[in-house]
Design a protein around this ligand. Structure first.
Ligand code: HEM
Length: 464
């Protein structure tokens, strides 16, 4: 029988409030009503009109692309993320969002990605070497991908000279996010934010810890302590092309924290799922290895080679279809709406189950099967049917960076290593803001013979 990648788990049909809350608290992606496979817009009976799941591509066009101003980020994002990320790009709305986006987008331009690609590749070279050092033994793919992507973000955002401790910031962010299922439940059911929940004090300490580290770092950089060519200094120097506005120190903390948190765990999880799939799909892995060898001839992956790494890129895209790193998006309906006959009250929470849309049989043939050709064939799926990076004006500002990182990173690993399954069963997908395997994913990393071992000495030159 063909290999079928592990599924996310589904809510039983006609589930009531208790099942919904239990699932929301333990693994929110599995709280999406199974009825969505039939009607694509569902408002559970226990929260009729107040909580609406939308999986319909046309309505999603309305929400994300045609009238995004009528569907701002909702109570869930505001309650959970605002205390720590404040008005960083992720949560800013209206005019405040527009100027920050205008200022930030050029920092992620193709020219910037070309400049930074050696810094993106280098951490994966180190990871490949660590895998080789493990001989043919099992390696912790989840941990390795987290370290590699954190190192990428450290190099790009902070200059990579350990001027700041990115692990400490991430530990604070993780501690902050740990009790989020409670906050989601409170936000959805209109429970006051003043109501205590487990882990609340630790959460406040974590928020302050992360913001203090970055506050001190921004002050040092503002004082001109270091002139490295990294995204921090590019953001400090940037101004809004329309108004000339610049980011204040507080804006910088919001922005750096947002970029670090949004840009690290997402790519790490996508790459971890990619390694899981590689171990189960040996023929596909050989196809990718052949492409990587033909394109790179064993040298460091370069920006100019990226358009020819077509199968590697398609592999990443199909991985994110099956395991979208951001499996659920949420908005608030500013005014009353009617979607396919379902009444949506003004102020209702609109939940978008990206993971379910990515496997909806009305949109995909053999939706639960892995099929590399989906993203190799000409033509792309509609933008609200495949939306790992969201859609419309608030689409992920780091999407090109993430795609470059995942494609170049995976290609670099495959230059040195062939991945095989370790003992143990299938990973269990767990939704905790991002979608990850519930336990560390172990894989066997078999050396490819050293013939194509990548060179290590290609860190980008830095500005004086
Ligand atoms: C595989 C990797 C990534 C995935 C799957 C991903 C996914 C997403 C999604 C779905 C959104 C839209 C959220 C919404 O509409 O509610 C988003 C927004 C955002 N992402 Fe990413 N992201 C990734 C990597 C990155 C990276 C590398 C960065 C930057 C370093 C980044 C920074 C941001 C920011 C700042 C926003 C807010 C944009 C705005 O509202 O204007 N992301 N991301």
């Amino acid at each position: 029988m063909d290999f079928e990648p592990v599924k996310l788990g589904e809510m039983p049909k006609e589930s009531g409030r208790a099942t919904f809350i239990r699932r929301l608290l333990t693994n929110p992606a599995t709280a999406a009503p199974a009825e969505l496979y039939e009607s694509k817009v569902v408002s559970p009976k226990f929260a009729a009109g107040k909580l609406v799941y939308v999986a319909d591509a046309a309505h999603l066009e309305t929400i994300f692309v045609e009238r995004p101003e009528d569907f701002p980020k909702g109570r869930i994002d505001q309650r959970i993320l605002r205390p720590i990320f404040n008005d960083g790009l992720l949560l800013a709305e209206g005019g405040d969002w527009r100027w920050k986006r205008r200022l930030t987008a050029p920092v992620f331009s193709p020219a910037a990605m070309k400049r930074f690609l050696p810094d993106i590749v280098a951490p994966f070279v180190t990871t490949a070497e660590a895998f080789l050092a493990a001989g043919n033994g099992p390696v912790d793919a989840s941990g390795a991908m987290k370290s590699a992507t954190l190192e990428v973000i450290d190099r790009l955002l902070f200059g990579g000279e350990r001027e700041i401790d990115p692990d400490a910031i991430m530990t604070h962010v993780e501690n902050y996010l740990a009790p989020t299922p409670w906050m989601v439940a409170y936000a959805l059911f209109g429970i006051s934010p003043a109501m205590p929940f487990p882990g609340q004090r630790r959460q406040s300490r974590a928020r302050d810890g992360a913001r203090n580290i970055l506050g001190e770092f921004v002050a040092r950089r503002r004082a001109g302590e270091r002139s490295s060519d990294d995204l921090t200094n590019r953001l400090l120097a940037a101004s809004d092309p329309e108004t000339g506005g610049v980011l204040s120190d507080g804006d910088m903390v919001d922005m750096l924290l947002t970029l670090q948190a949004a840009g690290h765990e997402t790519s790490a999880n996508a790459l971890t799922w990619a390694l899981y799939l590689l171990t189960r799909l040996p023929a596909v892995q050989e196809q990718l290895i052949a492409e990587v060898d033909a394109v790179t001839a064993g040298g460091p992956v370069t920006y100019d080679q990226m358009p020819r790494l077509l199968a590697v890129r398609a592999f990443i895209e199909e991985t994110m279809r099956l395991y979208p790193p951001a499996p659920s998006l949420s908005r608030m309906a500013r005014k009353a709406e009617n979607f396919s006959g379902v009444a949506v009250e003004a102020g209702a929470a609109v939940l978008v189950p990206v993971h379910l849309i990515h496997r909806h049989p009305d949109y995909w043939k053999r939706p639960d099967a892995f099929d590399l050709d989906r993203f190799l064939r000409p033509g792309r799926p509609p933008r609200t049917v495949y939306m790992p990076f969201g859609a419309g004006p608030k689409i992920c500002v780091g999407a090109q960076l993430a795609l470059s990182e995942m494609t170049a990173g995976l290609a670099t690993l495959l230059q040195a290593v062939r991945f095989e399954p370790a003992t143990g069963g299938e990973p269990r997908p767990l939704h905790r803001v991002t979608l990850r395997p519930a336990d560390d994913l172990l894989v066997m990393a078999a050396p490819r013979g050293g013939r194509l071992r990548p060179k290590t000495s290609f860190t980008a030159p830095r500005a004086a």
